[in-house]
Write a new protein. Sequence first.
Length: 187
Amino acid sequence: MNFRAFVALPVPDACRDRLAGAAVALRGLDKKQEVRWTEPVSFHVTLAFLDDIHVTDADRLMTLLRAEVAGTPPFRSDFSHVGYFPANARPRLVLAHLAPDEALSALHNQVLRAVRAAGLQVERRAFMPHVTLGRLRGRRTPWLEIPPSPLHATLDACELHLYRSDRGAEGARYRIVQTAGLSGDSR
């Protein structure tokens, strides 16, 4: 059985609450309802999008991923700001951007090594760590103006998940398939 999958960091409750607060503030400014806002329970930071994989590939990937991240300690990463992506006249997403971070970039590279070792294909895009707060409806220049303000939210990265993504009329629904912990313990 195949399913759409991605590897991501979950967003812990305290951080999710802060990001949800920023989204609620923006939602209040979205008078033309240009954005389909993401439910906070779906917030995550994608490290690798895998598209369709077989359940046996998932098991192999997670075995390799657990070995790859063994010895990687938990870390914290700060969110910097909210903005559109792409940052041009026709953006598709409203994002909470994470500030550049060595530990997060290193984890991303570890995930890519495990994915490649499992013989899976990963989407080829520059790594831009973020949480999707919303998706714009249509392909026009948005009316919603995002005020420049810093985000006071920190991501505590303690584990990563292999998620299954099921598409539906109201958008994608995510389900955790397997987990790999960050412990700093290489045993």
